[in-house]
Each structure stands twice: as structure tokens, then as C-alpha cells.
Design a protein around this ligand. Structure first.
Ligand SMILES: C[S@@+](CC[C@H](N)C(=O)[O-])C[C@H]1O[C@@H](n2cnc3c(N)ncnc32)[C@H](O)[C@@H]1O
Ligand code: SF4
Length: 453
């Protein structure tokens, strides 16, 4: 590689772009959207509407320095029971606003670390969910697990809760990397968690791994991915570490001089991706891998993949209700985000208010751009003809927009045949950059993002 092409590559890799887990992205949410709007949107759902729930638990018993999630370290269990009561009250309020008993396609407990929850709190939460919503044989119930939380007896509580899918945080198995991110976790701890989940019949187990962490090299990544493969998970999420210390003060403890540069990050991602594919995993979107028989891989092969705040999903529900502090939900009309600070959230709910802090109502143009960006992030292409079928005349301006974007692209990242627009196969790592060409709101408001790869 000559110097200028290497410099070009580093420039493209380092470009700050959103991760596009929503469109419009969260920095565009505003506080004109509040409880009244949300009540209106919930009560307007047709009584055939199936919904999904995301329930956020913003607590951990450790603070990993790399963490970008909305969470708080607690040293005692005491703050959790009143928080679970607030969540149950919020479920009462949401159900009252909806006005009928919807079927739930998905329930996801995310965080933070929902694996901190004790049996009695899981039971209480489950009872409230079952009182208000209809779960079927096909409903998927999932939880995020930090293996260091588990003593062994939790698995029975997971079985009783009806967990069908679990996501285990690993990040990296290398001890030096773990020390630099304050995330000690042995291979045995992780293996015991996978075994426990398999024993209670959890059909889909996901492992989260990261590249781009301090002291990671292609060698350490290879070793960690080899260990991940030996656990035989159904899915693997391979995220690039997003270093945003201006937003997350815990990341200021990350030794920046030990972070791999943009080019090393790309090599690490490629090494891990090659190893996973050699191990029989199918790549899905920018950061997921799944066994070919896993529901996510099947959805991807059938063009049914979606993207939401939890990343890639085969959940086709157009209504995702977010419960808990900082949760984000999406209804057909727009996005809603709850109060971020746990205290404010609990006070609002105690006062009988839906604890909405901000959101955004989607315009017709937003809906078109959201569809384009989701299709690019999921399948690297879209066709104007099919967008015209779902968005009508809104799609008529697309050919001109695409031509403008391509004429301003010095790197030849994408191509267009008059109907289909696609990311060049060799440029797929830059799909977030290509998606940003269709982000009509990007110029509206300055926001800082992590790097493109
Ligand atoms: C809520 S955490 C997982 C559950 C549990 N608390 C744990 O750590 O095992 C969700 C996942 O987000 C990913 N994550 C957290 N911070 C990140 C960051 N700064 N950049 C990229 N991924 C990150 C990690 O892979 C993590 O497993
Ligand atoms: S990575 Fe998981 S355990 Fe660590 S601080 Fe973040 S949410 Fe908590």
C-alpha cells in the first residue's frame, strides 16, 4: 500500500459517524415530545398491534472502564427492589394507555446488568408482565448476563421467568486487556454460564466480544475468538470499542496510549471475522455472526433483518415499548426516551406520569430515510422501486440525491444502476459512512460520534 492510499484509508476509518441503531439518531430527540404525545401514540395503536418490550436495568455491581451503557455501580442490592416496583408501575401506566391486552413478541431485559436481579424481583416483574400482556409459545424472552453476577442458583429463576435467549458479556479473555478495562472474567466463569443456560433449555446463546480495546493485538484477538468459538454460542456480537470519554467519564480511565489505531482496528475486526466464518458462522450486518440455523441468520438470508437500539434483530414489530430509566422506544409515529436519571424516572412514575424526557415525531421524509438507512445497515443495498411502493412520491427525489452523493464520494464506496443502490462489497466496513449520506438531519445539529470502523 502506498502512503497516500494508506492515509486515505485511515481518514475513512477514523471518520466519526453514528452507529445508526435508530433514525433520526438520539441526539435529535427533543423535549417538545412528552407524556401527552406518548399517551396519544399509545392509545392510537390498533387493537391488533403486537408489541415488544425493552426493560432497562441501570445497575451493575462493577464498573468496567470501557462501558458505554447507561448504568451505575452499586455496592448493595437495596436500590434494586424499589426500582423494580417503579418498572412495574410504569408497565401498569403503559398498559392503561394502550387500552387493550396486546400480544408480546419480545421481552428483553437489558442494562446495565439484569443478571443482578434476585429471584423474587424477577418473579414480581414476570407477574406484572403476564397480568398486562399476552405471551405466546413464539414470544422470545431474553436477558443480558454478566457471568460474574451468577452464583449458580439463578438458572432456575431464569427458567421460571421463561428466558428463551441470553446474551453473555465476554469482551476479551486476555488478562492484560481485562486489567486495562477493569473487567476480570475467567474462561471458566463464562463456560459455566453457557452450560447453565443450555441446561435449562435456553435455545439461543449470544456472546458479546470487542475489538479495539487497549493492548489488544491480532494475536490476542485470535486467542480470545478461539476461546469464544470453543463455547459454541449460537450468535456472536463483535463490536468495535466505541471510545467516547467526552460522554462517558469512566472511559477516561482507559489508557489511550494502549489503544490500537484505526488501521489496527480494521485488521483486528477482519481477523476475528475470518476466524468466525471459518468456524461456520455467517456474518450478519456490520457486527453480528450467527450459526446458519439460528433465527437471526435465517432472517438475514430471507431479507427480514431489522436494526433497533439492541442492534440487529429479526423482530418485525413496529412498536417497541421502552421501560425503565433512559429506555428508548419506537412507535409507528416516532421515538420516545424516558428520563435518564434513575431518581427523576422513579419520581415521575411515583406521581403517576409516563416518565418521558424527550423524543421525536417522524416526518414522511424521516420515515423514508429511516427505511433507507435500515436497509443499508442490514443488507447493504436498497431499490428505489420498492421504496416507491411503500413511501410513494417521497421516493421520487432519490435518484437525484444518490447522484449528488456519488459525485461527492472520492472513495467509490457505493454504486447505482438507476434503481438499485449498493455499497461496494469491498467497502462494506464503511456502510455507516454511506448510510450517513441519507441522514438528512446530520447537518442540523453538531454531535460527536465514535469512528467509522
Ligand atoms: C449492557 S452490556 C452487557 C451485559 C452485562 N452488563 C455485561 O457486561 O456482561 C452490553 C454490551 O455492550 C457492549 N459495549 C459496552 N460498552 C461498549 C463500548 N464502549 N463500545 C462498544 N461496545 C460496548 C459490550 O460488548 C457489552 O457486553
Ligand atoms: S459492561 Fe456490563 S457489567 Fe460492565 S459496566 Fe457496562 S453494563 Fe456494567
Amino acid at each position: 500500500m502506498n502512503h497516500s492510499s494508506k492515509a486515505d484509508l485511515v481518514r475513512r476509518l477514523s471518520a466519526p459517524v453514528p452507529r445508526y441503531t435508530s433514525y433520526p439518531t438520539a441526539p435529535h430527540f427533543h423535549d417538545d415530545i412528552g407524556q401527552i404525545q406518548y399517551l396519544d401514540w399509545l392509545s392510537g395503536l390498533p387493537d391488533t398491534e403486537e408489541i415488544s418490550l425493552y426493560i432497562h436495568i441501570p445497575f451493575c455491581d462493577r464498573m468496567c472502564w470501557f462501558c458505554g451503557c447507561h448504568t451505575k455501580q452499586i455496592n448493595r442490592y437495596d436500590p434494586i427492589p424499589p426500582y423494580i416496583s417503579a418498572i412495574r408501575k410504569e408497565l401498569d401506566l403503559v398498559r392503561e394507555a394502550i387500552g387493550f391486552m396486546p400480544t408480546l413478541r419480545r421481552v428483553h431485559l437489558g442494562g446495565g446488568s439484569p443478571s443482578m436481579l434476585r429471584r423474587e424481583d424477577l418473579e414480581a416483574l414476570r407477574n406484572t408482565i403476564h397480568r398486562h400482556f399476552r405471551l405466546t409459545q413464539d414470544s422470545e424472552v431474553s436477558i443480558e448476563i454478566d457471568p460474574s453476577d451468577l452464583a449458580g442458583e439463578e438458572f432456575d429463576a431464569y427458567r421460571a421467568f421463561g428466558i428463551t435467549r441470553a446474551s453473555i458479556g465476554v469482551q476479551d479473555f486476555d488478562e492484560r486487556v481485562q486489567a486495562a478495562i477493569n473487567r476480570p472474567q475467567t474462561f471458566e466463569q463464562t463456560a459455566r454460564t453457557v452450560e447453565g443456560l443450555r441446561r435449562i433449555g435456553v435455545g439461543s446463546v449470544n456472546v458479546d466480544a470487542l475489538y479495539g480495546l487497549p493492548y489488544q493485538t491480532e494475536e490476542t484477538i485470535s486467542d480470545s475468538i478461539e476461546k469464544v468459538r470453543s463455547l459454541n454460542p449460537d450468535r456472536i456480537a463483535l463490536f468495535g470499542y466505541a471510545h467516547v470519554p467526552w460522554m462517558k467519564s469512566n472511559q477516561k480511565l482507559i489508557p489511550e496510549q494502549a489503544l490500537p489505531d484505526a488501521l489496527e482496528r480494521l485488521h483486528q475486526a477482519n481477523t476475528a471475522s475470518d476466524m468466525l466464518q471459518e468456524g461456520g458462522y455467517v456474518p450478519i450486518g456490520i457486527d453480528h455472526f450467527a450459526k446458519p440455523e439460528d433465527a437471526l441468520a435465517i432472517a438475514a438470508s430471507e431479507g427480514r433483518l431489522h436494526r433497533n437500539f439492541q442492534g440487529y434483530t429479526d423482530d418485525a414489530c413496529s412498536s417497541l415499548v421502552g421501560i425503565g430509566a433512559s429506555s428508548i422506544g419506537r412507535l409507528p409515529a416516532g421515538y420516545i426516551q424516558n428520563e435518564t436519571a434513575t431518581g427523576n424516572y422513579m419520581r415521575q412514575v411515583a406521581a403517576g406520569h409516563l416518565p418521558v424526557a424527550r423524543g421525536i415525531e417522524l416526518t414522511d421524509e424521516d420515515k423514508l430515510n429511516a427505511d433507507i438507512i435500515e436497509q443499508l445497515m442490514c443488507q447493504y443495498s436498497f431499490a428505489i422501486s420498492s421504496l416507491r411502493a411503500s413511501h410513494g412520491a417521497q421516493a421520487d427525489t432519490l435518484a437525484a440525491r444518490i447522484k449528488d452523493a456519488l459525485s461527492a464520494d472520492p472513495d467509490n464506496l457505493a454504486n447505482f444502476d438507476g434503481d438499485t443502490f449498493w455499497v461496494q462489497p469491498q467497502s462494506r466496513a464503511f456502510v455507516r459512512t454511506v448510510a450517513s449520506w441519507f441522514d438528512a438531519r446530520m447537518q442540523e445539529k453538531a454531535a460527536r460520534y465514535s469512528m467509522a470502523v
